[in-house]
Ligand binder design. Structure first.
Ligand code: PMV
Length: 320
């Protein structure tokens, strides 16, 4: 009853921002992401009668395990077992770098825990399980471009692959500006926005159109269209935060510096676009052929070790 799984992070190009159901994590809008190769989590789960409590280590250090235990309860319930588990995770994602480590973490935990408990879940079932840990995790079950179809309840809300094999030189350059804990959790932030932003209905409505348009851009390999939609969608999400009561934002001064450098590159004819999540770090979408020139420009302000390059990556899989 011991299994190890690897899951990669994903970056949303059309974001999930707001829940219909807090407990089941049913979103207000569908979202679409790209799974990345460079950042991932390896998790080993062992269920055994020898254990007298659940334990959880992250990168070798013991961590509070309330959330992990609550997630394991879902697995135990499905599998009809009541044994405790030892969970060991190694995070190959800069921790709290705003690179959605919760997505790879809960996707890896869902796969390792369900397999270790003796369950054989279908991918939609696995995606639904991962969703209960962190919404974005349901998309990391698949590689490449993935759509989380919002659905309306636990059974109908899960991710589907849109294009698993990406034969396109699309890349993401993450600019790691600040590895500090985020000011406002995504959970808290999106809840405030749903309740108070006067623009929220417009967000939900335009996300539907953004999903449709970005799928067309992916199929046509139209990078300018894809980047434009992704950047505008990210800015709409951050505009919701600015229009909430109380208002909040995830920007640091360097966030705006990075955004401006990307805009200058674009003015100079280089196709590159930024996106941002619930943290200050900027992720630049670009094509492989432009990485060198983009890095040169960013290196006028940032250190080389702040720039991390990723390309499309695979879905969650068992290692042992
Ligand atoms: O899954 P959570 O609770 O970490 O929320 C993720 C929210 C964003 O990263 C901002 C957007 C997204 O769709 O991943």
């Amino acid at each position: 009853m011991k299994k190890t799984a690897r899951a990669h992070t994903n970056i949303a190009l059309v974001k999930y921002w707001g829940k219909k159901d807090q407990d089941l994590i049913i979103p207000m809008n569908s979202s679409l992401s790209l799974t990345l190769d460079h950042f991932y989590t390896d998790t080993t789960v062992e269920f055994s009668d020898r254990f007298s409590a659940d334990t959880f280590t992250l990168n070798g250090q013991a961590k509070a395990n309330d959330q992990v235990s609550a997630f394991l309860d879902l697995v135990r319930q499905k599998a009809g077992i009541n044994t405790y588990a030892k969970v060991e995770s190694i995070n190959h994602v800069p921790t709290q770098a705003g690179l959605a480590s919760s997505a790879s973490a809960y996707a890896a935990l869902a796969l390792a825990a369900s397999a270790a408990s003796g369950l054989t879940l279908t991918k939609p079932e696995l995606s639904r399980l991962a969703r209960r840990g962190s919404g974005s995790a349901c998309r990391s079950i698949y590689g490449g471009f993935v759509e989380w179809q919002m659905g309306h309840d636990d059974l109908t809300s899960y991710a589907k692959p849109f294009q698993e094999e990406v034969d396109w030189d699309i890349c993401m350059l993450a600019i790691v500006l600040n590895a500090k804990q985020k000011k406002i959790s995504s959970r808290g932030g999106m809840q405030t926005v749903v309740k108070t932003s006067p623009y929220y209905p417009a967000w939900v409505k335009t996300c539907q159109a953004d999903i449709k348009a970005i799928k067309e851009a992916i199929l046509a390999k139209d990078f300018v269209k894809l980047g434009t939609i992704a950047e505008e969608n990210a800015m709409k999400m951050h505009a919701l935060n600015l229009s909430a009561s109380p208002h909040f934002n995830y920007f640091e001064p360097e966030t705006l510096v990075a955004m401006q450098l990307v805009e200058e590159l674009r003015q100079a004819g280089v196709a590159c676009y930024y996106t941002l999540d619930a943290g200050p770090n900027v992720k630049v979408l670009c094509l492989k052929k432009d990485v060198t020139i983009i890095k040169q420009k960013l290196a006028t302000v940032f250190e080389p070790d702040q720039l991390l390059l990723a390309t499309p990556g695979p879905g969650a899989h068992l290692l042992a």
